[in-house]
Unconditional design. Structure first.
Ligand code: TZP
Ligand code: MG
Length: 208
């Protein structure tokens, strides 16, 4: 990807943790993605780092891996295992996240036992090859209006500078890849994002 950090993902993760990220999702995808035992070993390394910082470690798509290594949760999209089966598989104590793009998909995610939904891409992104069309914040607003207590996490092209509309629309969190992973200073990038998130959590009365 031409990122200055492409060859050192664990050190980027550690920097992000130091900077104050509050959740980590392992997305091992793409042409050079690790598989099998290598993927498992990398996942466990990420999991251990997250544990040192008390940050939940969530696995994208790979329910078997999540169960095998006792991850904190699983995130699935609309083309992956249905969330109700994920919930059955990983149990009631774990975190289930689902990517949704409409109120209908949010209805199903909630009925299936999702703890949070991811919504996007809010802004243009080149990180996800098969991303849906840019959605802006309108659908976040719609879903938040129907489900004011549902944790909605915005995704796609989000930075500390453009995050505000995402929170204004009703998201309670933001998730990023390039804003941290492609930064020349991932810790600082994470710190800035965490500060924006904290500000909005305080404004909402979620935190004091
Ligand atoms: N889902 C929708 S956009 C996206 C995913 C996983 C990629 C987000 O990456 P970035 O680099 O923060 O735009
Ligand atoms: Mg997926």
């Amino acid at each position: 990807m031409g990122s200055p950090n492409a060859e050192k993902p664990l050190s980027v993760l550690e920097d992000a943790l130091k900077g104050g990220i509050t959740c980590f999702q392992l997305r091992e995808k793409g042409k050079r993605a690790l598989v099998g035992m290598e993927k498992r070993a990398f996942a466990v390394s990420c999991q251990r780092l997250c544990a040192q910082y008390g940050v939940p470690f969530i696995v994208n798509d790979d329910v078997d891996l999540a169960v095998e290594i006792d991850a904190d949760g699983v995130h699935v999209g609309q083309d992956d295992m249905e969330a109700r089966f994920v919930r059955k598989r990983i149990g009631s104590e774990k975190i289930v996240g689902v990517s949704v793009h409409t109120v209908d998909e949010a209805n199903k995610a909630i009925a299936d036992g999702a703890d949070y939904v991811g919504m996007g891409p809010v802004y243009p992104t080149i990180t996800k090859a098969d991303a849906k069309p840019v959605a802006g914040t309108a659908m976040i607003e719609e879903v938040a209006a129907v489900y004011p207590d549902l944790p909605i996490v915005g995704i796609g092209g989000i930075t500390a500078e453009n995050a505000e509309p995402v929170f204004r629309a009703g998201a309670s969190g933001i998730s990023v890849i390039s804003a941290i992973a492609s930064s020349t200073d991932p810790e600082l990038a994470a710190r800035r994002l965490a500060e924006v998130s904290l500000k909005w959590s305080r404004d909402r009365g979620v935190l004091r």
